[in-house]
Design a protein around this ligand. Structure first.
Ligand SMILES: OC[C@H]1O[C@H](O[C@H]2O[C@H](CO)[C@@H](O)[C@H](O)[C@H]2O)[C@H](O)[C@@H](O)[C@@H]1O
Length: 545
């Protein structure tokens, strides 16, 4: 197969071993030791201020490098507090039980009543930090004093990419001020740490998540017309773009990959890492783990050369198609905002960057034979100057991410969209109750048979905006399947789930390294956004058929 030559301006050093490692706080170092020791337990999260001062005096080891469990438990009991202790419930100021103009296209009364229940969940998920970071009592939380919405259950802090779909739902719920407050929290993180963190915790400072900040700002602007909000946010968007274009987190200014600034184990990684004997191999593995968490898809066969062996994670040597779509979207959004603000030079710079990335999307990721955009595997785990792009390095396995570029195709390139729509229909991803994440049942949570709200939304929105009738019909069909399983599951369990099993009506998903969570920010956001877009006719069935 012919190889494609594209000059890519890679920095010289960016293998998994050589990249940067971000310094963390003594408290986090200490917590890592504690958590490694208590690997079987989830580990405490809140911490009292005294623990920071006494951090040099943890319980004494009897000399063999271990700390007696009873002594450690006493220490934890004295210095650590309950998981939610650093947070307070915050009533969202703009919540009303039935907002004016709420979901006008939902005609079926039972579906409407359910949508209002989902809308009411915004009250449960709203939190504020008890005190500002750095002040006594909140040393662990890297967030602002502003109100935010968390995903749910164990995920108590503001999360980066989750926030996009939470905001989409809040906008359908007419909670514009709450939506802006979430963005302001994320902007605070950019200004403080140079990028939006994976989540607002000190242990997340070494990585980001799929970059959707500009998309959040655009959606809010489109609903509110608040130009001052855009103006205030704009400098932070430029900083975020710099972060993704620099060093090893952005492999080059044309294509990007995930690359966490970390090479040490999270507590629960020590067990998998213990299979590796060599210290350097372990470091590389821990960087792959953190980089996979940065992708938002932790974990998935997508990043593994052997889907049953986590130590084969190779995320830093994959150029992911969806990440490059998010960055292209960021570039288009920045150009749009620059135009609004009268900054012609920045507008032209970002339009040029977007144009070149769009070309890359076609030449590197698009596979015409399959009608899909595929991830690209770097040779030799290294980015090198002037890599030869070769279609044989595309990953031909089928993932929902192969269709994420539809999200930014809006009325352009009809033949490509038509081909991708046909390919999607026969890909095996479309299941009775939504889009599966992949076709591989690896036991990891970002794989078959799980369906995740963000992936449904990106693909459905892309199809719906394509301008093609066949794609628009498919979009509505997928949204209907997804809403139906969300309703049935909610009626049975009384909760919204983090992920669903797309094979069966009303079933939630599983797999991965933690028990399935409920709440749940992005699931709520996506059903509200779908109901806003497509509505629900009076006579449409909503139970399992
Ligand atoms: O909904 C919040 C996030 O939940 C998952 O990831 C988070 O938990 C992982 C396991 O503890 C952690 O490694 C990761 O850094 C966290 O973000 C989910 O995979 C994410 O997509 C999601 O944003």
């Amino acid at each position: 197969m012919a190889s494609r030559h594209i000059f890519i301006d890679f920095p010289p050093v960016c293998g998994p071993l050589d990249g940067p490692v971000k310094e963390t706080t003594p408290l986090i170092n200490f917590l890592q030791r504690v958590q490694a020791f208590c690997a079987a337990d989830p580990g405490p999260e809140g911490v009292r201020p005294q623990a920071v001062r006494r951090i040099r005096r943890p319980p004494r080891s009897p000399g063999n490098g271990t700390i007696p469990a009873a002594a450690l438990n006493r220490f934890l009991g004295v210095y650590f507090s309950a998981p939610e202790a650093d947070l307070v419930y915050a009533e969202p100021a703009d919540f009303v039980p039935e907002p004016k103009g709420f979901l006008p296209k939902v005609k079926n009364p039972a579906v409407r009543a359910w949508a209002l229940e989902v809308h009411a969940l915004w009250k449960n998920l709203s939190r504020r930090c008890r005190r500002r970071e750095g002040s006594p009592g909140a040393p662990h939380l890297a967030a602002t004093a502003r109100t935010y919405h968390h995903p749910g259950s164990r995920f108590r802090e503001v999360y980066y990419w989750d926030s996009y779909w939470i905001i989409r739902g809040l906008l359908a719920s007419k909670m514009h001020e709450t939506a802006k407050a979430i963005v302001n929290n994320l902007i605070y993180l950019v200004e403080t740490y140079g990028h939006v963190l994976n989540g607002a915790r000190a242990y997340y400072t070494n990585r980001s998540q799929p970059p959707l900040l500009s998309s959040m700002i655009l959606e809010i602007f489109e609903k509110t017309g608040d130009l001052q909000f855009v103006k205030r946010s704009f400098p932070s968007l430029l900083k975020e773009h710099d972060f993704w274009s620099s060093g090893c987190s952005g492999c080059s200014h044309k294509v990007n990959r995930y690359y966490a600034m970390w090479n040490k184990p999270r507590p629960r990684d020590e067990e998998s890492g213990s299979k590796l004997v060599d210290g350097r191999e372990k470091e590389a593995f821990y960087r792959e783990v953190a980089s996979t968490a940065e992708s938002g898809w932790d974990f998935s066969s997508r990043w593994m050369s052997n889907s049953s062996d986590l130590t084969t994670l190779a995320t830093t040597s994959i150029i992911p198609v969806d990440l490059n779509v998010y960055i292209l979207k960021m570039e288009l959004d920045i150009a749009f905002f620059a135009k609004l603000l009268g900054d012609v030079q920045t507008k032209n710079k970002f339009l040029a960057a977007a144009h070149s990335r769009r070309e890359t999307l076609k030449s590197v990721f698009w596979n015409d034979e399959m009608g899909q955009w595929l991830d690209y595997r770097l040779k030799d785990d290294k980015c090198e100057d002037g890599q030869e792009w070769d279609a044989r390095n595309q990953n031909r396995n089928i993932f929902a991410s192969n269709f994420v570029p539809l999200w930014i195709m809006c009325n352009s390139d009809h033949s490509m969209v038509e081909k991708a729509t046909k390919s999607f229909k026969t890909s095996g991803l479309l299941q009775p109750f939504g889009i599966a994440t992949s076709l591989t049942n690896s036991g990891q949570q970002w794989d078959f048979p799980n369906g995740w709200a963000p992936l449904q939304h990106l693909i459905v929105e892309g199809l719906a905006r394509s301008g093609l009738k066949e794609a628009q019909d498919l979009a509505e069909d997928i949204a209907t399947r997804w809403i139906r399983t969300n309703i049935v599951s909610y009626r049975e369990s009384g909760v919204m789930h983090e992920k669903y099993d797309v094979r069966a009506c009303g079933e939630f998903g599983g797999g991965g390294e933690y028990t399935p969570q409920t709440g749940f920010g992005w699931s709520n956001g996506v059903v509200l956004a779908f109901l806003e877009e497509f509505g629900w006719p009076q006579d449409r069935e909503f139970t399992c058929k």
